[in-house]
Design a protein around this ligand. Structure first.
Ligand SMILES: Nc1ncnc2c1ncn2[C@@H]1O[C@H](COP(=O)(O)OP(=O)(O)OP(=O)(O)O)[C@@H](O)[C@H]1O
Length: 603
């Protein structure tokens, strides 16, 4: 099967059909001799593909260091029961990711007004960066990054956050802001720019901005964005990835061992790490907080992230250090810095000194009032970057508490109907279309390790130079970082990954996303395919769907707001040249031998 990938891929049905007819005719002519062989090969395939459960445990061990799953993402990597390489059954819908089926429109009408009547922003809106109300040094910094026009989410959020709101009825200033915009649409800069602009006026460094993200990889990525953009404004940025212990992170915040006071203005962290410091670090305070950003909010508000929100919001509302002050006896108070010190101008210049603003971002924003309530928002508004006419009050069944999600306008989606032998069909799809810079999602760590090893063996037998990498929760942080760097540099052509990579990761040159396993939820689908077609670039998403996965997938993606239609293709073992079928058989045997060998040696 080959799809013309020429920037405007169009699947040439006619030529494929002709090819198939010729192939079938040739096959009939050679019917006697080969059909037995083909049948026996396919039988052999089915037999050999069923590696024993124990054997696959070995693969897991072989695939890398002791599993060190990302604490924050532990729930994502379902320790699914090991499956044979033969069709992996329909992915279990993760109960905590299972979106409640959205019921009748009456639910919409019961939503608070700000949620049911968002500020709609046309996704094609752009604005000259030079016309944004930001410092000329920031404009220069953006231009140096080839960013000359602000995307829709930036052109609508900045005026609200920089108190330069238009006088129109839709804009109010000062309240908290929730923003829902497609993947790759520039949400990070939509909060980085106003925060850096506002805090650049501060006099004394204090932790005035905390950004909460769901994974360590995103902590590193957002910290880097703040450092890149904020470096010209002299702001201190710190990211807690859990690589240092609590005390080291504490010293880092306090400007080293002499505790000379905070050197950090902006802190980026996972929720677990933030709660650790709130509960166990008496020097850490949120009393100066001006911005609290919750990025990938729907993920962070999922039950699996425990109750970080209550701990954080309580600390914000009642900072423990002030509670301590209240509780101390008057004699103890005299040991505290004399009162006049607290009146030193550590606050922001008056016209920018406003109460705490909470900024909530997601490409798949939740509208579940019970989840949103945990953020204790004040006078909130919802900015929805959505093409007009998509009725967000659509009473039809859409996933859970979701708003209509939109796919980037430059993303082309393919649904590929496949037979059971997915690994060799994946190989065929990649090489018959010469796909490079491919992110391939598998639904579990073990599945990712198995597929990665099998692809390496197939490429080895064929002598193809097509380096593949692996990123999953079973790899150490350093291994994941090395793989990501190799992929970003183009050294690795394909990255097999678990859903750890699905959220927010921004690697510029991803051209193709392949869902080897169909995703278990619409949110997961949107975030996976959103790794490509970012910042207006072209991108392609391919989902391999077996017969028994078809209904679930069709239902899942039915309500997606998309510019380009979802195209259907098919690829079956019988479509492959005979030599490929043999190749796959040999690869499976090699893998099985490898596994049994490693099992024997580990006894
Ligand atoms: N105005 C702009 N012009 C050009 N590129 C931009 C602009 N704004 C952001 N980008 C780039 O677009 C890419 C995606 O941005 P970002 O990661 O913020 O997207 P996102 O909306 O947060 O996506 P996701 O929902 O997947 O997290 C980044 O590489 C960023 O540098």
């Amino acid at each position: 099967m080959s799809v013309e990938i020429d920037g405007n891929p169009s699947f040439d049905d006619k030529s494929a059909k002709n090819k198939k007819l010729k192939k079938r005719k040739r096959k009939d002519e050679e019917k006697n001799s080969e059909s037995d062989a083909a049948t026996s090969t396919i039988e052999r395939l089915k037999k050999s593909a069923s590696l024993s459960q124990a054997a696959q445990q070995e693969i897991k061990k072989k695939s890398g260091n002791e599993p060190e799953t990302d604490v924050e993402m532990q729930d994502v990597e379902q320790n699914m029961p090991l499956h044979d390489l033969t069709p992996i059954p329909q992915p279990d819908i993760d109960e905590h990711l299972e979106e409640k089926s959205f019921s009748t429109p009456s639910v919409v009408s019961s939503l608070p007004k700000w949620l049911s009547q968002p500020i709609l922003v046309d996704p094609t809106t752009t604005i000259e960066v030079a016309s944004l109300n930001i410092d000329s040094k920031l404009v220069e910094k953006l231009n140096n990054q080839n960013i000359t026009r602000g995307f829709a989410v930036q052109s609508s959020a900045l005026p609200l956050l920089l108190n330069e709101g238009r006088d129109g009825p839709n804009y109010t200033y000062g309240g908290d802001l929730c923003v829902s915009a497609a993947t790759g649409s520039g949400k990070t800069l939509a909060y980085v720019l106003p925060i850096v602009q506002c805090l650049s006026r501060r006099i004394v460094p204090r932790v005035r901005c905390v950004v909460i993200v769901p994974t360590r990889e995103l902590t590193i990525q957002v910290t880097r964005t703040f450092e890149t953009i904020g470096s010209c404004m002299g702001l201190g940025v710190c990211g807690w990835t859990g690589q240092k212990n609590l005390q080291q992170e504490q010293y880092q915040m306090l400007g080293g061992l002499d505790g000379s006071g905070s050197t950090v203005d902006i802190l980026v962290t996972t929720p677990g790490r933030l709660v650790d410091h709130i509960q166990n670090d008496n020097t850490f305070t949120l009393q100066h907080l001006r911005y609290l950003v919750i990025d990938e909010a729907d993920r962070l508000l999922d039950q699996s992230f425990q109750s970080w929100a209550d701990v954080v919001m309580t600390e914000i509302d009642h900072p423990k250090c002030l509670q301590m002050m209240d509780n101390e006896t008057s004699s103890q108070k005299q040991n505290v810095a004399p009162y006049f010190l607290s009146s030193l101008p550590t606050a922001l210049p008056h016209h920018l000194d406003s109460p705490l603003q909470k900024l909530v971002f997601s490409a798949t924003m939740t509208r579940d009032p019970s989840k949103v309530a945990t953020l204790r928002l004040r006078d909130p508004r919802l900015l929805l970057v959505q093409s007009e006419g998509v009725d967000i009050d659509d009473g039809e069944e859409i996933e859970g508490d979701a708003i209509i999600f939109s796919v980037p306008p430059t993303l082309k989606e393919y649904r590929v109907s496949v037979s059971a032998e997915k690994p060799i069909l994946l190989h065929q799809l990649i090489h018959s279309n010469n796909l490079n810079n491919v992110l391939c999602f598998v639904k579990s760590n073990e599945g990712a390790a198995r597929l990665h090893r099998l692809l390496e063996i197939i490429n080895g037998i064929e002598g193809k130079n097509y380096p593949c990498g692996l990123v999953s929760g079973n790899l150490s942080r350093d291994e994941r970082k090395k793989m990501l760097n190799g992929f970003a540099s183009g050294e690795l052509k394909l990255l097999v990954c678990s859903d750890l990579m699905a959220r927010g990761i921004d690697v510029a040159n991803i051209e193709h996303v392949i869902n080897y396993d169909p995703p278990s939820s619409l949110r997961r689908y949107v975030h996976r395919i959103g790794r490509t077609a970012r910042a207006g670039r072209n991108g392609y998403a391919w989902t391999l769907v077996q017969d028994h996965e078809g209904h679930h997938f069709s239902k899942l993606v039915k309500h997606l707001g998309r510019t380009l239609p979802l195209q259907r293709l098919s690829l079956h073992l019988k479509d492959l040249p005979e030599e490929n079928v043999e190749l796959y058989d040999n690869a499976l045997n090699t893998l099985r031998t490898e596994v049994y060998e490693s099992r024997k040696s580990s006894k």
